[in-house]
Design a protein. Structure first.
Length: 359
């Protein structure tokens, strides 16, 4: 067998790395420290399906953030993490209460219902956040066999609109849900951005707030792929190992998921990446606030900026920088920053927007 140092490849770069956009933090590449960690874990053999030393060590890393009862189940992606977590919390006849704008409702292709077999009971929320009062709009009919039984409340931190819950707000949701006999899931695909913005450890608004299960994000914060379901309350879930397999989320070479999460969370890489992305969003917001014809829709508390501008301006700007309409009919757009967004990227975007606004 050839030595790994002598192996060659015919792969070629097919893109211009200087082209940047604001469509999604998923567009960003992988942080060099994570690529180095993948290379470190690559040589030799390790036990498959999670029996490797990297997955074992990840448990210590996760417990350092979330407490001694926490247990991590690495998975391939965010939708898989959410669907797996919700299945583990609810019965087949159960329902999940979530904000209408939640990722599990708007952006997962119906996977919680198609794959998880769970009814989503949505609530309109102007800022993407649930409250006990909003939960009560759907938290009824527990004994009605004609209605899916509300069993889980799912919240997102940071929300799909870039807003944040305080630890007290999450604690109030958890106390209310638990008082009704329900469980609480937190979609943390951008949990690092929330912790960085709040300047709090992740456990302050998860474990300490009595959340039962967290979907721990990695991809949006510099990983190649991979997330984890982190169980904070073991009594709230069941059959996690079996559900992960039957949900097609059990990686055979799990060490390559686990080592990425270890590289992110064992030190401060997760926080450095999130702080930078958040800072770039603030820089972007400050730049566009000075432009006539642009309205920022929500508080910029994470790494996203939601704005309203003339439709024709947005369409012309999209030819120069990639980004998405959030509500095309209203002219609402979403601009996302990532760990590798540069100040010069932001400034060039603001300058281009100013030019397009002038027609």
């Amino acid at each position: 067998m050839a030595d790994s140092a002598t192996v060659t490849t015919d792969a070629r770069r097919h893109h211009d790395p200087e082209i940047r956009g604001f469509a999604s933090d998923n567009y960003a590449g992988t942080h060099p420290e994570i690529l180095a960690a993948l290379a470190l874990a690559n040589d030799g053999h390790q036990v498959a399906y999670g029996g490797d030393v990297y997955t074992d060590h990840l448990q210590d890393v996760v417990r350092g953030h979330f407490g001694e009862a926490a247990e991590a189940y690495p998975v391939f992606n965010g939708t898989g993490a959410n669907v797996l977590a919700l299945q583990a919390l609810a019965d087949r006849w159960g329902a999940v209460i979530c904000a209408e704008s939640a990722h599990i409702n708007m952006d997962e292709g119906g996977a919680p219902e198609r794959v998880g077999g769970l009814k989503l009971l949505t609530v309109p929320s102007p800022d993407g956040k649930l409250t006990p009062a909003l939960i009560d709009r759907q938290a009824y009919g527990f004994d009605d066999e004609h209605r899916a039984m509300p069993q889980v409340v799912s919240i997102t931190q940071s929300t799909e609109l870039g807003t944040l819950y305080t630890p007290q707000e999450i604690r109030e949701i958890c106390d209310h849900a638990h008082g009704l006999g329900m469980k609480v899931h937190l979609d943390g695909s951008r949990i690092a951005n929330a912790a960085a913005s709040l300047d709090l450890p992740m456990r302050a608004f998860t474990t300490d707030a009595c959340v039962d299960v967290v979907s721990l994000g990695g991809t949006k914060n510099g990983a190649v792929f991979g997330e984890a379901v982190v169980v904070l309350n073991p009594d709230a879930v069941r059959a996690m190992k079996h559900l992960r397999k039957t949900s097609m989320q059990l990686a055979s070479k799990m060490r390559f998921v686990s080592v990425q999460l270890e590289a992110l969370f064992a030190g401060d890489l997760w926080l450095r990446n999130a702080r930078h992305a958040n800072a770039m969003a603030q820089r972007l917001a400050e730049g566009v606030r000075a432009l006539d014809g642009v309205e920022i829709l929500y508080p910029v508390q994470s790494n996203g900026v939601f704005a309203r501008l003339p439709h024709d301006v947005a369409e012309r700007l999209q030819k120069r920088f990639r980004f998405y309409f959030w509500d095309e009919a209203a002219g609402d757009v979403r601009w996302m920053c990532a760990f590798d967004t540069r100040e010069s990227d932001v400034d060039a975007f603001v300058e281009a927007l100013a030019e397009e606004l002038k027609g």
